[in-house]
Design a protein. Sequence first.
Length: 293
Amino acid sequence: MTQGYSQEENANQYVIDAENATEMARLLEQDRQMTECMGGIFSERRPEEFSNIKRVLDLACGPGGWVHEVADTFPRMEVVGADISERMIGYARAHAHVRKLANASFRVMDITKPLDFPDGYFDLVNARCIFAFMSPQHWPSLLKECKRVLRPGGTLRHTEGEWGVGTTPAYETYLALFFEAMQRAGRSFSATGRHVGITPVLARMLREAGFQHIQQKAHVHDFSYGMEAHDGFTFDLQLLFKLLQPFIIKMEVATQERLDTLYEQALDEMQSEEFCALAYYLTVWGEKSGAEV
């Protein structure tokens, strides 16, 4: 998920305005696509491992899709979602009410600041695709907070993605402009700005934060023309590419005129039989030491 502009003082921090209704629709589709690509809400865990998970926190939960699915699948779990966007949280609460998910709750919260939860409260903390509003220097403090709110033996589970593996010029160029904008904004781990660079450093950051027994699982989503995922994923990109334009322009990477031209070309390419593309996600998880309190 991703947080968006919700408070004026944080406007420079976020790439997309999450109070925008279009962004909510996009995140709902992205959430569904990611869960499917990852093989389920907890695809890396064995069934016997769920008995010790009573409380779960989802960071930057957006409209709450992952929280809703966990709460529905595991009715004995208490599942909490946190996001800076009041619009997203309002939708998430309303949807949980309609589905009668009494074990799902949501909080408006800026996760780049200290988390408003007690020490050792959660058994598992989850985060997916939060790189866009996280500068490299802010990661250590967030991971420290995740560790604080986990009980001894609790798990931090983090999934991030890398984009841009495709075969058509406008599609790849559009993403390259976004990667360059991210580097100019100080949000990239890439030395060249050719990609986001978040996935190679996830495990190292968890180790440096003191997490143990770190493991990784990769997921690949083929959304080439003719593949089952094509329509859903390209719909997400159609919205995303438009929503990213103000950020790319603000970072002085491209003009509106150039982006408009590339946008139309990229949409045409994605509907071409020649279009081949992959999305890559990496889930990294580690445990808080059982000796810590």
